[in-house]
Design a protein around this ligand. Structure first.
Ligand SMILES: NC(=O)C1=CN([C@@H]2O[C@H](COP(=O)(O)OP(=O)(O)OC[C@H]3O[C@@H](n4cnc5c(N)ncnc54)[C@H](OP(=O)(O)O)[C@@H]3O)[C@@H](O)[C@H]2O)C=CC1
Ligand SMILES: CC(C)(CO)C(=O)C(=O)O
Length: 312
């Protein structure tokens, strides 16, 4: 992929970080964002307040969806409940070979997107801690690596897919973003999903950072219980998950991003609907379907839904 035109669809915390890194490396990037962000980015540039640098990065920004007709690569960064409607909005402008990279949490966004369009769609497993601190102002709290891959098992060895994935990976790597092509991206997605089920809801309910969360012993016990339930469901889904690896990915979060409040917590703070139906809510539904009890996930799900109900 030589000199691709990159569009960030939904330039918030994640879109501004990864799109911003590509723009900073000199790529042609356009952020599709809400008016307050567009105005600030056009005026001053995107302020990337990162752990390793603080810089105003020059990048294009617009509210207009028709710029999608130029895109070779779309970083799809809207929240999970917005996936379907956003795809319907951009569908009229999509080039047939434009690659859509979903940087969203959850395990079913690519499947839902792919039901609406024929374009190549790939998941990115995203380990980063970011938030929008104000219009055009990105605050980075830790990490920033990606794993991408082909998720449709029947097309796993397709050479065109592997070529596309390698070129996307090179693009990010050259811009300073570690990006591996995963041999089993479904497994990687479930490990990340495990992290989200363990941390996002508690952080949202308590409006609390991960480092402070795990200072409380009973919260650590709850995280363990949430994790056990998710691992049981994952195994039932045919995902190979070891207890040792699950514990490792869970333990890394407060160590590598202690000052972060989850994206679900950020939604609650902004009085927006959350992604909880696609996180702990999915575990609750699958638990009922498979007859696997998931009371801890049920409790987190119910509490976030209650807060959302009176908050939005
Ligand atoms: N924040 C984080 O650290 C991480 C987040 N993630 C995942 O990444 C995904 C994105 O999360 P995040 O970046 O935090 O979310 P944000 O809410 O910060 O960003 C999404 C942005 O897209 C905007 N948007 C939605 N539709 C449109 C549209 N039609 N036109 C213009 N702008 C639009 C939203 O505006 P509005 O709010 O007004 O709808 C919002 O500003 C989620 O799936 C999340 O779980 C993954 C890893 C880490
Ligand atoms: C990586 C993590 C846990 C960062 O907060 C996240 O994915 C989220 O907030 O949704």
């Amino acid at each position: 992929m030589k000199d691709p035109k990159v569009i960030v669809m939904g330039a918030g915390a994640v879109g501004c970080f990864f799109g911003g890194m590509l723009a900073r490396a000199g790529h042609d990037v356009t952020m599709i964002a809400r008016p307050d962000h567009v105005e600030a980015i056009k005026r001053d540039g995107l302020y990337m307040d990162c752990l390793s640098f603080k810089e105003y990065v020059s990048v294009k920004a617009t509210e207009q969806l028709n710029v999608i007709d130029q895109a070779d690569l779309i970083l799809f960064c809207v929240k999970s409940p917005d996936s379907g409607k956003t795809i319907e909005l951009i569908k009229p402008y999509l080039k047939p070979d434009a690659i859509i990279l979903s940087l969203q949490n959850g395990v079913d966004n690519c499947h839902r997107i792919r039901q609406l369009i024929d374009n190549p769609v790939y998941p990115a497993v995203v380990y980063v801690a970011t938030a929008m601190a104000g219009p055009g102002h990105l605050k980075h709290h830790g990490r920033g690596e990606l794993a991408i891959g082909g998720w449709e098992p029947e097309r796993a060895h397709d050479s065109e897919i592997q070529t596309q994935l390698k070129s996307v990976s090179h693009l990010f790597e050259a811009a300073g973003v570690p990006c591996k092509v995963s041999a089993d991206v479904r497994q990687d997605l479930w490990y990340k999903f495990l992290v989200n089920c363990c941390y996002n809801g508690i952080s949202a309910i308590g409006q609390i950072q991960y480092g402070d969360m795990v200072a409380v012993e009973s919260v650590r016990d709850l995280i363990d219980e949430l994790g056990r339930e998710v691992v049981a469901i994952a195994r039932h889904e045919g995902i190979a998950m070891s207890d040792k690896d699950a514990k490792y990915v869970i333990d890394q979060i407060p160590k590598t991003m202690p000052t972060q409040k989850s994206s679900t917590g950020q939604d609650i703070a902004r009085r927006k609907p959350t992604e909880i139906d696609y996180l702990n809510g999915l575990i609750v539904r699958k638990g009922k379907q498979y007859g696997i009890p998931a009371p801890a996930n049920q409790a987190i799900y119910a509490l976030v839904k209650m807060i959302e109900h009176y908050n939005t």
